[in-house]
Design a protein around this ligand. Sequence first.
Ligand SMILES: NC(=O)c1ccc[n+]([C@@H]2O[C@H](COP(=O)([O-])OP(=O)(O)OC[C@H]3O[C@@H](n4cnc5c(N)ncnc54)[C@H](O)[C@@H]3O)[C@@H](O)[C@H]2O)c1
Length: 340
Amino acid sequence: MPIVAHNPNLGPSSPIVVPQGRVLGWGTMERNIAVIGAGLIGRAWAMVFARAGWNVRLHDRERAQLDAAQAFIAASLAEQAEYQLVADPAAAAARIETMPDLDAALAGVDWVQENLPETAEVKREVFALLDRHAPREAVLASSTSAIPASQFTEPLAGRARCLVAHPVNPPHLVPVVELCGAPWTAPEVMERARRVYADVGQVPIVVRREIDGFILNRLQGALLSEAMRLVGEGYVSPDDLDKTVRDGLGLRWSFIGPFATIELNAPGGVADYCSRYGGALRRLAEAPPAASVWDPGNVRRVAAALGAPPPGDVLDARTRWRDRRLMALARHKQDQSNVE
Ligand SMILES: NC(=O)c1ccc[n+]([C@@H]2O[C@H](COP(=O)([O-])OP(=O)(O)OC[C@H]3O[C@@H](n4cnc5c(N)ncnc54)[C@H](O)[C@@H]3O)[C@@H](O)[C@H]2O)c1
C-alpha cells in the first residue's frame, strides 16, 4: 500500500507518493535506514524518515536515550498529525525500532545517518566502524554541523560513499539539509542523497566544495557576530535586536531568501539594488565585527544584557511552544505553496 508523505515544500495537493520498496531511479532500495545517535538530532531524523515510509533502526549506546527518544517521537508525531504534517502518526512511530546493538542496526540498511557528538575524533571512530559494518552499497551521511567529511573519511575503503548531510534543528520541522561531499565523494552518491532527502520531504542544498561552516552556519555566524557586537557595545537591547529579525527580516526570509528579497527592493533587480545601496553596504563590509566579539568579556556583557537564563522547565516549555509554531508555519507554507 502506498504511503503518502507530506513534503512541507509541496502543497497538500502534491503529496509525495512513496510505494513500499519502490525503485527510486538508481536501483532497488528497500528504504531501511540506521539512525546512529538518538539525541536531539537523531530522534528528529528518525521521524523524518519514518513519516515518509522508511523503516528506521534508531541506535544509541544509552538505553535511557532510546527510551526518551521513543517517548518524544510518539508525542511529537501525534502533535504533527494535528497540523496534518503526518497522515498516520501511529504507523510512523511503529516503523521506528530502537536498537542498542550497532551491528543489528546496520544489517541490510540502504542509508546511515550519523548523529553522534561533534568532535572529529568521534566522527573518525564511528565512520571507520560504519564503513566496516554497513552493507557495501549503503550511503553513510553525517549530521555534523561543522566538520568537513574529508576530516573523518580519508583513510576509509568506502570513502566514496560518505558525505555530510547537515540538518537544521529540528529537522522534522525545518526541512533544509546541506549536502557536502569530500573531494572523493562519488558524484552519484551526491545525486542519490539529493533525491533521497527530497523524497522524504526535506529541502537539500548542495555545497559544491568544502568550506568551514558550510553555508547555513556561515550566514548564521555573520548575523550572530554582528548581533554580539551591537548588543555588546550597547547599540541595542537583545530584545529589540530579536524583534528586528522576528518582526522584520525573518518575516520575508520565511518564504523568500536574501537575494529574492533585494531583487524586489529596486525596480531594476539586483544590479540596480547594488548601484543604489552597494556603497553603504560596502562601507559596512569594510568594518566587519571583530573575532573578539566572541571573547569572554563581550560574552559576559551580552549575557548580562539578556539576564539570567530561564530554568530548565521554562526552556522545555519554550522549546515545545517553538515546535508548535514551526508546525503551524509548515502547515501554512504547505497551504500557500501553490498560491502565487
Ligand atoms: N543540536 C543542534 O542544533 C544540531 C543541528 C545540526 C546538526 N547537529 C549535529 O548533530 C550531531 C548530534 O548532535 P545532537 O545535538 O543530536 O547531540 P546529542 O548530545 O543530543 O546526542 C548525541 C547522542 O549520541 C549518543 N552517543 C554518544 N556516543 C555514542 C557512541 N559511541 N555510540 C552510540 N551513541 C553514542 C549519546 O548517548 C546521545 O544520545 C552533532 O554532530 C551535531 O553537530 C546538531
